[in-house]
Design a protein around this ligand. Structure first.
Ligand SMILES: [Zn+2]
Ligand SMILES: [Zn+2]
Length: 599
């Protein structure tokens, strides 16, 4: 459960980068906290109407710290803060203050000086500091209710740069803000979990440890983080847990259990459990609730009562203990059911019938078919990307930079694309056992046409098509665009088919069922975009694609070589969609993949 407004720094921070972001997802929690504060300071200064250069300085420094590869704490210890581009003395002092004291005084003052409603207004999509300041100055708007009133009374449309459309969009955004999820995206939870596991791993006496709940099931968002452990000295482990540096508040503490809130407003529960019950406990806390209800029903049919402690024979009262989860399922006559499937979507029935899928695994992946390079808005040369890919054991990489109409993302002109294709060809001549595929992520324009003519598309090894512009069209228009791209014989893959950004932007109006039917007709591949902001297709639609026999690719949409590692997020989605390796095209070796690409 979240204790504070959950549209947090991560969401806003990521929003600044837009869809083509080179967002650094592996940065330490400290880097992210400091970047968030600096971004917030830039916004608050802008709200106050401060000097533009000062504002720019803060957001520049925030961006630099956000994309910093090293842990900022290490950089500080080495006395190198001012070597970070954009970090001058004033900002370096603030970073040091934060690392030493856990806060920045001038930030606290800025926050205190700003009416709280105004900061909340900034969290409504489309409300930047300039707009908030304008509405505040001209209409006296200081909170969301007043903003809504002003929009409903059509007072906003009369202001400079606003108009009726903006006004209508503000109402939509308010609605979305109020419906916002109190869950955090998996990619925010993951580094927090990693840090906690690292920390607890060093406590003497800790034996086994597992993160259960929706995190373990690989859901795209996570509520509380539930950690289960066994230990020979529970009190010592609990004591260390509540004293972790990231703990902001201890909600409760007993000899074998504690609940805390960590920095990013996430509740983390740690339970030290009896070793002999570890299997049933993990099973119980992994959920889902629906899966467990059905499993308990099955247990009863078999004469057992299943709890987190044991399997009890109803007839005799005898208790059976299991320290391994596999053995719990086995005793109930079931094969092991992977956590990603435990949603009561037919997995228990399939297990009983011996028809559980053999889910795709990260090791099955032989390449990534949607990656950006320094040719457009990515970081990383062909050589750097290839070596990162080979480090993951890949045989190929689909280099798909943007097309011209995606101008802000450095889309390539026809000439530049030809140059890139030539560069890729040359690069491949020096390769053995690895192939770079010269591709493009061609934009599907508002009228449904593609951003390059057919003769250009024909010269690419790989064509990924996707929508970036005019996302507010009607369902009919959006479907028309996607289907005409699917029907183009040069298009191999439809990327991020719904355009959603988790927690930030709803999918565009699209009838995916119809789109998938069109894709089945032409054999066009649908993407599971593994970028943790997108995860699009999601688990539900991945399963539909599987059931329809539509081929699927899992691609990272990387904008930097180390983002190739985001593949694991896409694998989770695919597993939750019941996909097997054979149903994912980029598990194929290169020789089997190529025929698919030149249908
Ligand atoms: Zn894209
Ligand atoms: Zn892309």
């Amino acid at each position: 459960m979240l204790r504070r407004p959950p549209v947090d720094g991560q969401g806003r921070l990521a929003a600044r980068n837009g869809y083509s972001s080179s967002i650094q997802l592996f940065l330490s929690v400290k880097n992210r906290e400091i970047a968030k504060i600096l971004y917030d300071m830039a916004e608050l200064l802008e709200l106050k109407g401060e000097n533009r250069f000062k504002i720019i300085a803060y957001s520049k420094a925030a961006r630099a710290i956000e994309s910093l590869k090293e842990d900022i704490e290490d950089v500080w210890r080495q006395g190198e803060l001012k070597a970070i581009p954009g970090v001058g003395k004033a900002i370096a002092d603030k970073v040091r203050e934060y690392l030493e004291t856990g806060q920045i005084q001038s930030y606290q003052i800025l926050v205190a000086e700003t009416p709280p409603g105004l900061t909340e207004l900034l969290q409504v999509q489309g409300m930047g500091p300039k707009t908030v300041a304008l509405l505040h100055d001209k209409l006296g708007v200081t909170n969301i209710d007043q903003l809504e009133q002003a929009a409903l009374q059509h007072r906003i449309r009369r202001l400079p740069r606003m108009g009726a459309t903006r006004e209508a969009n503000i109402l939509k955004s308010i609605d979305r803000y109020r419906r916002r999820s109190t869950r955090i995206p998996l990619y925010v939870a993951k580094p927090i979990v990693d840090q906690i596991l690292d920390y607890l791993g060093q406590i003497p006496g800790l034996e086994h440890i597992t993160v259960a709940g929706s995190f373990r099931r690989g859901r795209e968002t996570v509520g509380d983080i539930d950690i289960l452990a066994t230990s020979s000295s529970p009190e010592a482990v609990i004591g260390a847990f509540v004293q972790m540096p990231s703990v902001e508040e201890v909600l409760g503490q007993g000899p074998t259990k504690a609940s805390v809130i960590v920095k990013e407003t996430v509740q983390v529960d740690l339970r030290i459990v009896d070793h002999r019950s570890y299997g049933t406990v993990i099973q119980y806390f992994t959920g889902s609730k629906e899966h467990n209800v059905k499993l308990r029903g099955l247990a009863l049919q078999r004469g057992y009562s299943l709890s987190e402690y044991s399997l009890k024979r109803v007839a005799t009262g005898e208790e059976l203990y299991f320290d391994r989860e596999e053995d719990v399922y086995a005793r109930l006559g079931l094969p092991y059911i992977p956590p990603e499937l435990r949603e009561d979507r037919g997995e228990i029935e399939a297990a009983l019938a011996g028809k559980l899928p053999r889910l795709v695994e990260l090791q099955d992946i032989k390449g990534d078919l949607h990656v950006h390079s320094a040719w457009s808005d990515g970081l990383g040369s062909l050589e750097e990307l290839a070596s990162a890919a080979q480090g993951l054991g890949y045989q190929y990489l689909g280099l798909c930079d943007h097309s011209p109409s995606v101008g802000i993302a450095g889309g390539l002109s026809e000439e530049r694309l030809q140059e890139k294709i030539a560069a890729v060809e040359k690069f491949n001549q020096g390769q053995d056992g690895f192939r770079m595929l010269a591709g493009t992520e061609v934009d599907i324009k508002a009228d449904g046409s593609l951003d390059y003519p057919d003769r250009i598309l024909e010269s690419c090894d790989l064509v990924v098509a996707s929508i970036h512009m005019a996302q507010n069209q009607t369902e009919r228009e959006i479907n028309g665009r996607l289907i005409s791209a699917i029907e183009n014989e040069h298009v191999d893959i439809i990327a991020h088919p719904t355009g959603r950004l988790i927690g930030r932007r709803d999918p565009y109006d699209v009838d995916l069922q119809a789109v998938l039917e069109a894709a089945r007709g032409t054999g066009t591949i649908m993407e599971i975009n593994a970028h943790p902001n997108r995860l699009d297709l999601d688990d539900h639609w991945s399963r539909v694609a599987k059931d329809m026999g539509v081929p699927v690719a899992i691609n990272t949409d990387s904008h930097a070589p180390d983002q190739l590692r985001l593949m694991s997020y896409g694998i989770r989605v695919a597993r939750r969609g019941w996909l097997e390796a054979g149903e994912v095209v980029n598990t194929r070796p290169l020789t089997d993949l190529l025929p698919l690409l030149d249908r």
